[in-house]
Design a protein. Structure first.
Ligand SMILES: Cc1cc2nc3c(=O)[nH]c(=O)nc-3n(C[C@H](O)[C@H](O)[C@H](O)COP(=O)(O)O)c2cc1C
Length: 312
């Protein structure tokens, strides 16, 4: 029997639905033992978020500072671990970081093949770099990465995602699509489970290389990757200042946090469109470099989707 651990944190249940879809084909296999475990923060995060509590997470998220979580009720070794996570402020969510910094993560992941599965709005590149940094000391064998993104364009989700997170309203409204990952996209992610099942049954274990290539696992966008790099620098700088003022929730942080929210909104409506327009103008001149940037971030699973039909 091959043992597969599916682990992750999901606040609204969206990522859980993705993990369910991927797990289902594996559940049906007799020679696979599927173990599901949720990362549970001891102090739950509020949903919907208040604006201040939402932004108060970024200094710790970006600094990869853990919070307290319950130990996972699992033990033993696994042939494969599937870790679902979502970015929070261009970094892995705090519950995810907390798990990866726990002693239990080391014993579960050491020398174990690992697939990461991201469910996010559209900015996951910087969190992916953090993930590499968090996984390196654990000795996991990171063989694949899947990214599912919210439906609608960047401008649309700039409205629909915050509306969802800050008010709890997810429905389509005012000519905009519903917030979050499209239902059809979640259903289609079962293809990854089928491919994983096939690999576990036909390939020599331990798995040592990507098994999800050709399945359209991840599509990177250079313009977003470039914006993320700038955004992360600003989060780091302001985050350091905010952390120096006190822990999350401290009164001393509040005025600076308000100032930062105003600064961020001004940046997003002025600098971001100007720099995106400039980059678009320059894009034809550094096309090769931008394509390379996308290809790099799409490793190890790639954006190619030629094998998709086989597993749908
Ligand atoms: C505090 C916070 C920060 C977020 N930051 C990002 C981000 O930087 N990039 C992104 O694409 N999505 C971001 N999101 C959206 C999440 O990645 C995710 O899509 C959403 O929270 C639903 O996930 P769930 O499975 O936990 O319900 C953020 C969400 C929260 C709550």
């Amino acid at each position: 029997v091959k043992r597969v651990l599916v682990v992750g944190y999901s606040q609204t249940g969206q990522l859980d639905r993705v993990l369910d879809a991927v797990s289902q084909p594996l559940n049906a296999l007799e020679d696979v033992e599927l173990v599901r475990a949720a990362i549970v923060p001891l102090k739950p995060y509020p949903f919907p978020w208040s604006l201040m509590t939402f932004f108060d997470q970024f200094p710790e998220a970006v600094a990869l500072q853990p919070t307290e979580i319950a130990p996972l009720p699992v033990s033993g070794r696994f042939d494969l671990v599937i870790l679902g996570y979502q970015p929070w402020f261009l970094s892995p969510s705090i519950p995810t970081t907390s798990f990866l910094k726990s002693p239990q993560a080391r014993s579960l992941l050491q020398d174990t093949p690992l697939i990461t599965l991201v469910g996010c709005r559209n900015m996951w590149g910087q969190a992916h770099l953090d993930m590499a940094q968090l996984l390196a000391p654990l000795g996991a064998k990171w063989i694949d990465n899947v990214v599912l993104q919210d439906q609608g364009g960047a401008i649309e989700t700039f409205i629909t995602t915050p509306r969802w997170l800050l008010s709890g309203q997810k429905d389509a409204c005012c000519g905009l699509s519903a917030a979050g990952i499209a239902d059809q996209e979640i259903a289609r992610s079962a293809r990854f489970g089928r491919a994983i099942g096939q690999a576990l049954q036909t390939q020599p274990l331990p798995l040592s290389a990507s098994i999800l290539q050709g399945l359209g696992a991840v599509k990177a966008q250079a313009s977003l990757l470039q914006s993320e790099k700038i955004g992360k620098r600003s989060f780091r700088l302001w985050g350091r200042l905010l952390r120096a003022l006190g822990p999350q929730g401290a009164w001393a942080r509040k005025p600076v946090l308000v100032l930062y929210i105003v600064f961020l909104v001004l940046m997003i409506v002025t600098v971001v469109p100007i720099s995106m327009a400039l980059r678009r103008l320059l894009a034809p001149f550094n096309h090769a470099a931008l394509t390379q940037l996308e290809t790099d971030f799409e490793q190890p699973s790639g954006s190619d989707s030629r094998r998709e039909k086989e597993f749908l």
